[in-house]
Ligand binder design. Sequence first.
Ligand code: ATP
Ligand code: MG
Length: 326
Amino acid sequence: MRGRDLVAGERLSSVFVPEVVHTMGSEQTQTVLAAHGLTKEYAPGRAAIAEVTLRFGRGDFVAVIGPSGAGKSTLLRCLNLLIRPTRGRVELLDRDITESSGGRLREVRGQVGMVFQGFNLVRRLSVLENVLAGRLRFARGPVRRFAGVLRLFPRSEREIAFACLEKVGIAEQAFKRADQLSGGQQQRVAIARVLAQEPRVILADEPIASLDPESARGVMRTLRAIHDTKGIPVIVNLHQVDVAREFGSRIVGMNAGRVCVDAAVDRVTAEDVERVYTRGASGTGEPRGDSAEPRLVSTGGAGGADGTGGKTEAVQRVAMAGGGRS
Ligand SMILES: Nc1ncnc2c1ncn2[C@@H]1O[C@H](COP(=O)(O)OP(=O)(O)OP(=O)(O)O)[C@@H](O)[C@H]1O
Ligand SMILES: [Mg+2]
């Protein structure tokens, strides 16, 4: 099936229009997803995230950085209600969704798309079938229950799935089994599946952590292009500060469960980055046994630094990586 065969059809237009939305002023800043005083205690009195308040608008491509255990995954999982916050609330399009359950919870999970480090594809199914899984939330009645099992997706749905694969650049792989693809290709399938959900916001938890640098950049470019053309917020947990600087429009730094940096990418200084990766920098939270050092910066920017005496080598590498958007 060729791309030009796919441009007609009502459902298709619902996926790809509004596309190239050059949103103006207030629309850009309109809050799509918000956390208010979000706190998660896996064990009583030990907050994995504490009092996190953040707003995400359509203009945001947010890179969340922070040392291992800072609470990045916990934040994303609370935002799409994979786990319930202990206190605080989550709002989607100005509606409090914190207590959603049943059909409303499924609807929320559909609107808040999630991409994981491990792709979470059904390995023995085809690429196309994996993407069609993203369409199940639009099915009704028995189709909803059996379409996935019996592979009963109407042509219009298959066209949408194809279009999503084209969007991430791997439509030609549609009939391969998912486990025959490379890691980078599998992550693109996962992104196509999220696109097929027609989400209002996309969350990605270390989507490039298991990819080689070239595939990683390809996946980041894909996420950024989706953000730019569809005008939806994308929030990505990352360990690579240089990648965060290159692709993000905004950086949120977490340390010991608290937000300690939140700024437009070109306003984030080397000192800010150092603070994010300094143990106990937030002045709160439990002391952690594991290292606060970041994983290595993936590309570029590393090297000796002047005027950074007293810092660990890893912190120097991170602090000096990038220096503004290229
Ligand atoms: N299911 C869980 N049960 C208990 N404690 C947990 C659970 N998940 C995470 N934690 C704890 O919550 C804190 C935050 O963990 P989280 O996974 O959110 O950090 P992270 O910033 O995503 O780390 P990483 O960069 O290693 O992925 C850590 O102290 C972690 O040990
Ligand atoms: Mg994590």
